[in-house]
Design a protein around this ligand. Sequence first.
Ligand code: ADP
Ligand code: MG
Length: 263
Amino acid sequence: MTADMDTAHQPNRTKMTVSETDVAIEITNMNKWYGDFHVLRDIDLKVMRGERIVIAGPSGSGKSTLIRCVNRLEEHQQGDIIVDGIELTNDIKRIDEVRREVGMVFQHFNLFPHLTILQNLTLAPIWVRGTPKAEAEEQAMKYLERVKIPEQAAKFPGQLSGGQQQRVAIARSLCMNPKIMLFDEPTSALDPEMIKEVLEVMVQLAEDGMTMICVTHEMGFARQVANRVIFMDQGQIIEQNEPEAFFSNPQHERTKLFLSQIL
Ligand code: ADP
Ligand code: MG
């Protein structure tokens, strides 16, 4: 009887295992404090492979802290975060593993000013991954072409526009072949005419099937590529929905107020 039941359950279990590998990120009942300040409250978030999540919300609501927890630039104190099957704990080897899987692009591009664009792109592949220089350069040129600025390879960051620098920062992340990309307000430091060229690169990445979490207030981008928009306030996920429903029919008063201010 027991044996029969086990056998009967086997297909189910196999099926579950298969579907679990489709989960890119799973955050369960996660809480984080900065000292006494309770910055993230009871966060539950499951992101499937290939999903594109946009996170919006007022300044100080915990958006950056949340995505920084995903590659452990910040530590959480309660609950679970599992990234690509790896549970985030203090185990340094596993943190390195996660950081290899997860690329991150910040508001400020953080390029090395004294290195050329090509050197910025090949630094980590050569020194962290041990990729031979010629191969790293070939890869870098491929990604510079993808972000449409191969002709800038020999220049220094200071010689590029903000939009070009941000595209370099995206290409630099891609050189590490990440499975997941996190964007923290990648266009908010840019002049309006440069926002479009960065968003175009992000749209392309989304169309290529990258799993993405983007903190952004570019609601056109959210409508175009997001599977889900998540709204945060005061450290909590207040509501989430498909873009159309999120924008046309927000449920929570705080979401309505926020949307009325940015749209
Ligand atoms: P958002 O990205 O939504 O603007 P953040 O995640 O940057 O919000 O910040 C959430 C809250 O946590 C804010 O009140 C901010 O002041 C606070 N905070 C952020 N980083 C730190 C830190 N390193 N130490 C203490 N408080 C912080
Ligand atoms: Mg932020």
